[in-house]
Design a binder for this molecule. Structure first.
Ligand code: C5P
Length: 271
């Protein structure tokens, strides 16, 4: 049996530039990944199957109809593989939360089956296939801090290391659909992400649209801003927000201070 970790995705910044004719948006984003996430295991089998366990199994849904199933079939088709796999997904990342859970799972599926089936494709080749599964999936294949342009699927290295930074993830337990948040953007281009820009000066341009759909996001951001954070921001299209800290003591204090809201709270570190 093989195991693959599917780290939760965060957008350290997400600047919207333009609505495209295909309904997607051109954006500039800094992807980062957490030491927290889902875990996928695979055993050899004749056909493809998926069982979902863990705290968010019900929300993610059972069976091969989700992004894990689509990723497995896409790789089998592209590589001409007849073998199957019995996949088990331990779903810990909240669903429809701005942490790329489905994308991370799809990316982990590609990495895991690449090993199980002995394909030995380089990550870049898996990432090219991943773009067909969703805009965030190529970044999740790499699962390292990177700069994304286009739909978020054109990737470049991000030169600043954030590995080990204490981060608090907070989700108010409200599922937020991605499409309507993008559609709620006011379409004002506030500028891209300059090379070498300080994170604190950057933005998530979907914050206002997400707060309109789920006002509690404003409460989460305000609560995190009252902690001793270096930076507070919403991830993706929300509703998860995160705060970065200088040290473990500040992370622990913030985690304790946020605990009594009844929100989902996860202290972790950036990778
Ligand atoms: O690619 P993915 O399926 O993850 O995207 C989900 C939705 O998010 C799209 O249908 C689109 O409404 C929105 N989206 C967008 N621009 C992007 C990425 C996603 O408008 N760059």
């Amino acid at each position: 049996m093989l195991t693959e970790f599917a780290p939760a995705k965060l957008n350290l910044a997400l600047h919207l530039r333009r609505r495209r004719d295909d309904g997607y948006h051109d954006l500039e984003t800094i992807f980062a990944f957490a030491d927290f996430g889902d875990t996928l295991t695979a055993s050899p089998a004749d056909g493809l199957s998926l069982q979902v366990t863990g705290g968010y199994a019900a929300a993610a849904g059972q069976g091969m109809d989700n992004l894990v199933g689509r990723a497995a079939r896409a790789l089998a088709d592209a590589a001409g593989v007849a073998a199957g796999a019995a996949l088990v997904l331990d779903k810990q990342i909240p669903v429809a939360a701005g942490m790329g859970g489905g994308s991370a799972d799809a990316a982990a599926t590609l990495r895991l089956l690449n090993r199980l089936w002995g394909l030995d494709w380089p990550l870049a080749r898996l990432a090219a296939l991943a773009a067909r599964l969703g805009a965030d999936v190529p970044a999740c294949v790499e699962s390292c801090t990177c700069f994304g342009t286009g739909r978020g699927d054109e990737l470049m290295p991000w030169p600043v290391s954030v590995a080990g930074t204490p981060v608090l993830l907070v989700n108010p337990r409200v599922a937020v659909p991605t499409g309507p948040v993008f559609a709620g953007w006011d379409r004002i281009d506030r500028g891209g992400i300059a090379a070498g820009a300080k994170l604190a000066t950057l933005r998530n341009d979907m914050t206002d649209a997400a707060i309109t759909i789920a006002p509690v996001i404003g409460d989460v951001l305000a609560a995190l801003a009252r902690t001793d954070a270096i930076m507070v921001r919403m991830s993706g299209s929300g509703a998860t927000c995160f705060a970065l800290y200088d040290d473990e003591a500040a992370l622990a204090a913030a985690s304790a201070a946020i605990a009594d809201h009844g929100w989902w709270v996860q202290p972790t570190h950036l990778r």
